[in-house]
Design a protein around this ligand. Sequence first.
Ligand SMILES: Cc1cc2nc3c(=O)[nH]c(=O)nc-3n(C[C@H](O)[C@H](O)[C@H](O)COP(=O)(O)OP(=O)(O)OC[C@H]3O[C@@H](n4cnc5c(N)ncnc54)[C@H](O)[C@@H]3O)c2cc1C
Length: 288
Amino acid sequence: MNFNVISPETTDELLEVISENQGNKFRFGAGCSDLLLELKKQPDEDMTVVNLARLNDDRFTSIEKTDDGIRIGALVTANGITFDKELQRQFPVLYESANKLGSRQIRQVATIGGNLCTASPAADIACALVALEARCEILSAGGTARVIPINDFFIDVRKTDLRKDEILRSVFIALNSENEKIYSGFIKIGTRRSMEIAVVSLAFHIQADEDDKITHAGIAVGSVAPTIKFANSACEYLIGKNYSAIGSSASEEFAAKVLEYASPISDIRASAWYREEVLYNISKSIFE
Ligand SMILES: Cc1cc2nc3c(=O)[nH]c(=O)nc-3n(C[C@H](O)[C@H](O)[C@H](O)COP(=O)(O)OP(=O)(O)OC[C@H]3O[C@@H](n4cnc5c(N)ncnc54)[C@H](O)[C@@H]3O)c2cc1C
């Protein structure tokens, strides 16, 4: 493989590089776990890789707690997420998604920004962030930032809302309401136990009051549609119900609502029928 690599160290340098390369073919490289495979499959001599690994800017590289939420820089790795006790406590769904991503070696380099910007329907951390209704902070070459709901970030398979002169800087997750119970997790079904891209995945983050009445629900499904889907009607169905009293008929109704968001294809790893069956069953299993 032969391509140019530029490694900006400050955000000013980064923005300058983005501006200067608007007329050229270029890609950002963070952990490069996806990018290198892609460039290996389709080598392009004219390609410039803007290597983000040397960027020294906390807004890209750190996890920051604010009064109302947690901001995670796009260059934080899957391991960085799993090592953060506050994220683990507040958002088990995010912790589990990062912990189930690839192998230890992949988690060491795979960034949250790369996971989102690949826009794969099977991306694990992205699925958890959709359930958490995260917001994406996007920086343009001109230095202005815009913030959009993560649901608007994914346009199609491998296509995001990012323009050529933009880069994802961070994601923001609102804190859970105080004193609420949290039922949160990430279910990933693959064809083998490790190093497997999801055949179906389900992320859930449900909050309930002291009487176990559900006050907020975030449900997202992966690998069953061109993009990760937020299962809105399934979330609405849960509001006001008592979590521990949800029995088999309510969990079946809930699972049927989750299934409305699935339009899977059959491919080499699983048939559409299998994906739907699995999604239905894992959706029910949340309440078992
Ligand atoms: C062996 C193997 C196993 C894997 N297993 C899993 C798995 O189980 N689950 C899973 O979800 N993924 C898996 N992946 C895919 C990959 O590791 C993840 O998606 C990872 O999070 C990508 O992060 P990265 O930093 O390596 O991205 P990169 O490869 O650096 O970039 C990926 C894409 O995002 C763009 N990009 C990166 N950062 C930004 C940014 N800040 N702003 C704009 N664009 C950006 C790049 O230009 C590129 O197009 C696996 C990959 C491999 C090779």
